[in-house]
Design a protein around this ligand. Structure first.
Ligand code: HEM
Ligand code: MG
Length: 231
């Protein structure tokens, strides 16, 4: 099976993104993590996650700015702080506080322990996790950045994990699947996960984001211009 899980080798490059890393660990993207194009990311996201072009292309094009090459990126280029990479991540330390590239179990514990008493995460718990991690980041990081840009990216990422590991329409995702995705950067196929039957689109993500935002109790620390990511 060309898409079996193989953990990254020490020479392979990986991103601060559990989604792209999982695609690479299953061979939907080059396992080396090198010389990756926007069309490769679009195809891999469709094949691996049933995520459609309008959900992926803006992020992929934006991410290409992290590379010096005009058409390809290496996954670790994406750690460039302030492009997509931001503070108050779900599973990585703030860049000013440590390793913003690799998974960190302590940072992940807020999400891992959220929504107590049930075996799933949802848009409500995802909003609360964003609220709590932002408060932690503001408390610990004197150079903390929290503008509408960071908040939109963080909220989109929350909608992504609920959609890929759960249901893109309800935003309900089994805890076990989400935890394997973050901790091992693996699709939990042997645990019973199946690729979403519903295509993940900008519209399905946007609908989940509306509920996440309502539960995140967010206010900006800095302002920014409205970013235009497409026509
Ligand atoms: C972060 C999922 C596509 C670049 C994240 C996070 C999730 C996620 C859940 C949050 C990690 C955390 O906060 O610890 C996904 C999924 C994708 C996808 C399911 C579907 C294919 C992309 C694409 C790019 C990208 C296309 C750009 C080429 C990033 C970067 C981060 C990130 C740079 C780090 C942000 C940070 O936490 O500081 N992604 N992503 N992702 N993603 Fe993705
Ligand atoms: Mg980060």
């Amino acid at each position: 099976d060309p898409h079996q899980f193989i953990a990254a080798k020490p020479t392979d490059l990986r991103a601060p993104c559990p989604g792209l890393n999982t695609l690479a660990n299953h061979g939907y993207l080059p396992r080396t993590g090198r010389n990756i194009t926007v069309p490769m990311i679009i195809q891999a996201s469709l094949d691996g996650f049933n995520a459609g072009v309008d959900a992926i292309q803006p992020f992929a094009k934006f991410g290409l700015l992290s590379s010096n090459d005009p058409t390809t990126m290496n996954l670790d280029d994406l750690k460039l702080h302030g492009l997509i990479e931001h503070d108050a991540s779900l599973s990585r330390l703030d860049a000013a506080l440590g390793d913003s590239l690799h998974f960190n179990e302590q940072q992940f514990s807020t999400l891992a322990n959220s929504n107590p008493g049930v075996d799933y995460y949802n848009t409500t718990s995802a909003g609360h996790v964003q609220r709590d991690l932002l408060a932690q980041s503001i408390r610990l990081n004197p150079t903390q950045t929290n503008s509408p840009k960071e908040f939109k990216i963080r909220t989109r990422e929350s909608a992504f994990y609920l959609s890929v590991l759960g249901d893109p329409l309800t935003g309900i995702a089994p805890k076990k699947f989400v935890q394997i995705f973050f901790r091992e950067e693996r699709l939990p196929i042997q645990e019973g996960w199946k690729k979403p039957k519903t295509l993940i689109t900008a519209a399905t993500l946007g609908a989940l984001q509306t509920v996440i935002v309502a539960n995140a109790n967010w206010t900006a620390t800095q302002a920014c211009e409205t970013e235009i990511l497409g026509p």
